[in-house]
Design a protein around this ligand. Structure first.
Ligand SMILES: [Zn+2]
Length: 291
């Protein structure tokens, strides 16, 4: 049987003036691999996607910031989880590596998702050790290898790096995560309680979005997970910030249709990126002059 031809990970290279700004969209992938073997409905599964987030930030490369995007869906394997965040009970055999299932796995959304919204099982079978290993090798590792390579390249060139990890979130709270089902803020910024980036980066994004009239919260209910933890080291000039966009700002969560506000939001995010290229350029210049 010929291998399925698709590219799990894509890095969109820059065409604009390079700046130490890097974007990634780990959850907007919508290519459901032939070997997924899920048992739930595809529509339910697709609600887990951060649909259109890569498109909302499509201007990044032309503004000088590389954009990494996954084409595989997060429900297949989640690049925003550590390799150890795996429930061995999902497997039909002995997992050869160590595991340390955490809170995300308990909620059914670890490295390999088991349930949707805590209740709907994704599989009616156990997964083989071999197929989980294949997902890691084919999707998780290339995603992280590409991101790490870009982090190193930009940091070497500019002496600092600002990484914006781009996501979207359901409009309303999930009682298991938020403790309520009330409407969420327009944007949630996650800097792991101030440990994944300098205050100035979070404040710059926050001020820009608030200036547009949006309601912005920090670290609640999302602090940022593996992607902002793994590559950040503010003491060495490596800054990562997670940005969650409320889906009600651009799409209908039931029909998946873009709303009339999509292009307005896209233009506003173009403006945010333009502001961040100035910010990142200034910080890089300050670094090179030692100030
Ligand atoms: Zn996400």
């Amino acid at each position: 049987m010929p291998a399925e031809a698709w590219t799990p990970v894509e890095l969109l290279p820059t065409s604009g003036q390079p700046v130490p700004l890097l974007l990634d969209s780990p959850h907007s992938g919508s290519h459901y691999p032939a070997d997924f073997g899920y048992a739930c409905s595809l529509d339910r599964l697709r609600q887990a996607e951060d649909m259109y987030v890569d498109e909302l930030f499509a201007s990044a490369p032309a503004q000088g910031a590389p954009l990494l995007r996954a084409h595989f869906p997060r429900s297949y394997i989640d690049p925003n989880r550590g390799l150890e965040d795996l429930d061995p009970e999902l497997l039909d055999g002995e997992w050869p590596l160590s595991t340390r299932p955490g809170e995300k796995t308990r909620l059914g959304v670890g490295l390999i998702w088991s349930r949707l919204r805590g209740t709907t099982p994704i599989y009616s079978r156990k997964l083989s050790v071999e197929e989980v290993h294949r997902r890691i090798e084919r999707c998780w590792k290339p995603y992280h290898a590409t991101l790490e390579r870009e982090v190193e390249r930009l940091h070497a060139a500019f002496g600092c790096l600002f990484h914006l990890d781009c996501h979207s979130m359901p409009a309303n709270g999930d009682p298991r995560i938020d403790g309520h089902s009330e409407p969420r803020a327009d944007f949630v910024l996650g800097d792991r309680d101030g440990t994944a980036c300098c205050e100035a980066f979070t404040a710059r994004v926050e001020a820009y979005l608030k200036g547009l009239g949006y309601d912005v919260r920090r670290n609640l209910p999302y602090k940022g997970v593996e992607l902002v933890r793994r590559y950040s080291d503010p003491s060495r000039g490596r800054h990562s910030l997670q940005l969650e966009i409320n889906r009600r700002l651009y799409m209908d969560e039931e029909t998946f249709a873009k709303t009339d506000r999509f292009s307005l939001l896209q233009a506003q995010l173009d403006g945010l990126l333009a502001d961040l290229t100035v910010f990142a350029g200034d910080r890089s210049a300050a670094h090179s002059t030692g100030s």
